[in-house]
Design a protein around this ligand. Structure first.
Ligand code: HSE
Length: 330
């Protein structure tokens, strides 16, 4: 669709896209591994209308949905706003009014890739509306702008999980690249979101607690697990994947921010979860297994353990997702 090709400037043209929740790191792969989750998705509609005069004040954001309350609406503090602002600046789109409507369904600030989903759906929508036909790397670069709102830095693991779906390896050096691997069909996950307050810019805070220097043997430990995790996805071997979800670098620091982490982890592993780790920057946790029956049981165990601790929680059973989608373009 070309912009204003029929000369009608009074109507908005619009694109609606969805992108799913995601989990990042999967234990040993801090900022490297992403996995799309088909449990919840954010839906973003970008509306554009040509204007007579160029203006830098051309972007408005409306947020709807269960999670709307917790999201900043100012474009410079909003995930979608940051993505749109970057694309507007780079393509000199100041002669358009942008209205972005976000249906926010993924809890924000809990480690389920909420900001990534909105960012990806925004980048994909703008790309489609203007027929930029951006390559995947460029799309990811724009989407990563959104992570500045919550993490203070760009990281690509959640956005790549939300965009490509399934399992993604993010290669950042010497240049950005993504390797997308299908998940074994038996893989099933339970995400547990504790009902605790999270600070604004939670990801930035939970990155700040991490050590700046890491002993070499810890790097070897995580790298060996990261390599076997990748091998597990290539072989479609859930056991190998789960045996590789071990992390001695990040988990010891971040688990202190998650009430009852060790108790809940031990209970889940004893009750049949094949692996358990922090989802992204937390405080959500995620358990891995290969049958729905076990997943239902683990979900119950998670809720019971939280109840014993006097903390509420929500649990979600999920399979890996299949990536972002354009829902409509008109
Ligand atoms: N890799 C990022 C982090 C994911 O752990 O900070 C944030 O969801």
């Amino acid at each position: 669709m070309k912009l204003n090709q029929n000369g009608n400037e009074s109507n908005y043209e619009e694109c609606t896209a969805s992108a799913s929740a995601s989990t990042a790191n999967l234990g040993p792969g801090y900022d490297i591994f992403g996995l799309g989750l088909d449990v919840l998705e954010d839906i973003v509609t970008v509306k554009i209308k040509k204007r007579a005069v160029k203006s830098k004040n051309n972007l408005k954001i409306i947020i709807k949905g269960d999670e709307a309350e917790s999201i900043p609406k100012k474009p410079e503090a909003n995930t979608s706003g940051l993505v749109a602002k970057k694309m507007i600046a780079e393509y000199n789109l100041y002669n358009y009014n942008f209205l972005i409507e976000i249906e926010k369904n993924i809890p924000a600030g809990y480690g389920m890739g909420s900001s990534a989903a909105s960012a990806v759906a925004t980048a994909v929508s703008i790309d489609s509306l203007f027929e930029f036909n951006l390559d995947q790397i460029k799309l990811m670069e724009y989407s990563a702008e959104g992570e500045l709102a919550s993490a203070g830095v760009k990281h690509y693991d959640n956005i790549s999980g939300a965009h490509f779906g399934n399992f993604v390896i993010v290669k950042t050096y010497p240049k950005l690249d993504f390797i997308n691997i299908k998940s074994p069909k038996e893989l099933i996950l339970v995400v547990c979101v504790p009902t605790i307050n999270v600070p604004k810019k939670k990801t930035e805070i939970s990155r700040a607690v991490l050590p700046k220097k890491i002993p070499l043997q810890n790097i070897v430990y995580n790298m060996s697990n990261a390599c076997s995790l990748v091998a597990g996805f290539y072989k479609g071997d859930v056991q190998m994947i789960c045996d590789s979800i071990n992390d001695c670098i990040i988990e010891p620091y971040r688990k202190k921010m998650i009430p009852g982490y060790d108790i809940i982890k031990n209970a889940c592993l004893q009750e049949g979860a094949m692996a358990f780790t922090i989802s992204g920057a937390g405080p959500s946790t995620i358990a891995f297994m290969n049958t729905k029956k076990t997943a239902l049981h683990i979900s119950k165990v998670m809720r019971e353990e939280h109840e014993k601790l006097g903390i509420g929680c929500k649990t979600f059973l999920t399979k890996p997702s299949s990536g972002s989608r354009i829902l409509s373009l008109k």
